[in-house]
Design a protein around this ligand. Structure first.
Ligand SMILES: Cc1cc2nc3c(=O)[nH]c(=O)nc-3n(C[C@H](O)[C@H](O)[C@H](O)COP(=O)(O)O)c2cc1C
Ligand code: SF4
Length: 436
């Protein structure tokens, strides 16, 4: 796939090298050399320090520096665990799946390096339930190949380091991507978030020190250890180094995953890689991080896709799942879809999220069914004001920016749905009818 800004893919190497998912092809293209270098030439601290020097930031959404996270793991507590977050449930995100399916060994190698760096001997890869075929097919096959060649198991590459890797499927719940809910689910408990502190680095899986990292994050570790932090920094910006896989969807001609250097403008993703908007329509809004993101107006299309610039432009990079709305899309309909998603996925543990998403869906439905009043538009604002900062975990908080920016950018569309007739005739048209 053409990508003018990259000389070659760092993560999506399968797009340059045919059949790299097979271990022999991977080995013929520097496969497992990073592991060899790590285990034979570097101490665990050296590996952590190289990852720190690379400036790699977590690709699961928050962008937390990966090497710093690893350095929080206590050295003298055992056992320790690596848990890979392969839940990938954010609407519009489909990048981790492509890595695991098409370039699995680079990812597995990164996981083993992470285990070596923090002194863990057990790694779990937790995937969403829908990854059944992948987890029982390509990914398990790659793990089996790694065992056969001695990159997993006892005394890897004749060193003292041993490491096992297991796949685990959840039942398919968005909340199980939140790291503490994921740990509960992996332990066989209900997938609901835990209070923090303690953080997983200190008391994670089975209350033991645990690194939780995203698939794409760990796939980056392999080239960092193989080529060094400096080379890794050839792409990206000072504070957001490396490449990022963007999942592009919505009203574009060529939706798909695209790997670009961090700092590439959104316009390049939409117009050059994505082939522009369908039927040459205008961009109406950009949701840069799936359902969890703010609506960025079309005037933000030249924003560089890095953590700082996206935040400064009122958005967030998150997992870089860009959903593009064009001028034909009804903004209230789009916001309602996201709110419904969050209501469905709310785990119910805390009332601001459980009740807030319930009330939001009810009011959106009332508006869209033609029973809405101006007070309902204000009510939406009241509900998100009460949710903001009061939810137990970020799932509930994720609802707020999308609704708030939808209202700010497209309030006229909301008000068109709010009929004065309804206001006069039925001051508080019974909401109950919209509940069930
Ligand atoms: C509701 C919710 C869903 C999340 N879903 C995912 C997910 O599917 N994959 C992921 O890697 N991180 C997800 N995260 C972020 C994780 O909690 C965690 O920050 C991440 O796995 C850490 O890995 P990283 O540092 O490599 O990014 C989610 C967070 C929340 C609050
Ligand atoms: S915000 Fe509360 S109800 Fe919503 S998912 Fe998190 S813990 Fe559950």
């Amino acid at each position: 796939m053409a990508n003018q800004l990259l000389k070659e893919h760092v993560l999506f190497r399968h797009r340059d090298i045919k059949d790299i998912h097979k271990i022999d092809v991977y080995l013929a293209h520097d496969g497992y050399k990073a592991l060899e270098r790590g285990l034979k030439e570097m101490t665990p601290d050296d590996v952590t320090n190289e990852v720190k020097a690379s400036g790699l930031r977590g690709r699961g959404g928050a962008g937390f520096p990966t090497g710093v996270k690893w350095s929080f793991i206590p050295k003298n507590l055992f056992p320790k665990y690596i848990v890979v977050n392969a839940d990938e449930s954010e609407p519009g995100t489909f990048k981790d799946r492509e890595i695991m399916e098409s370039n699995p060994h680079q990812f597995i190698e990164g996981v083993i390096l992470c285990a070596y760096a923090v002194g863990a001997e057990t790694c779990y890869i937790y995937g969403r339930g829908e990854f059944w075929t992948l987890f029982h097919g390509r990914l398990q096959e790659a793990i089996d190949e790694a065992y056969e060649k001695g990159y997993l198991g006892k005394n890897i590459l004749d060193t003292d380091f041993s490491c096992d890797m297991y796949l685990h499927l959840g039942a398919g719940a968005y909340i199980c991507g939140e790291e503490t809910a994921l740990l509960n689910s992996l332990e066989g408990l209900m997938g609901q978030p835990r209070s923090r502190p303690p953080f997983p680095a200190v008391a994670g899986l089975y209350a033991k020190p645990t690194v939780v990292n995203n698939v794409e994050t760990l796939a980056n570790v392999t080239p960092i250890i193989l080529h060094g932090a400096d080379k890794y920094r050839q792409y990206g910006t000072e504070k957001s180094p490396g490449t990022k896989i963007c999942s592009l969807s919505g009203r574009v001609n060529k939706p798909g995953n695209y790997e670009v250097p961090l700092g590439t403008p959104i316009r390049y993703l939409i117009e050059e890689l994505g082939g522009g908007v369908i039927d040459g329509k205008e961009v109406k809004a950009i949701l840069p991080a799936g359902a969890s993101s703010s609506n960025m107006g079309a005037d933000k299309i030249d924003t560089p896709m890095d953590y700082e610039s996206m935040a400064a432009a009122g958005g967030m990079l998150g997992s870089a799942s860009f959903i593009i709305l064009d001028e034909t899309i009804d903004a209230v309909w789009a916001a309602e879809k996201n709110v419904k998603f969050f209501k469905h996925e709310s785990c119910g543990k805390c009332s601001p999220c459980r009740e807030g998403t319930f009330w939001l869906t009810s009011v959106y439905r009332k508006l869209r069914e033609g029973y809405g009043t101006k007070k309902d538009v204000e009510l939406i604002e009241t509900i998100i004001n009460q949710m903001e900062g009061n939810c137990f975990c970020l799932l509930g908080e994720f609802v707020v920016p999308g609704v708030r920016t939808s209202l700010a950018l497209f309030r006229d569309e909301y008000e068109q749905l709010a009929s004065e007739e309804n206001e006069a005739d039925q001051p508080q048209k019974d909401l109950i009818h919209t509940f069930f």
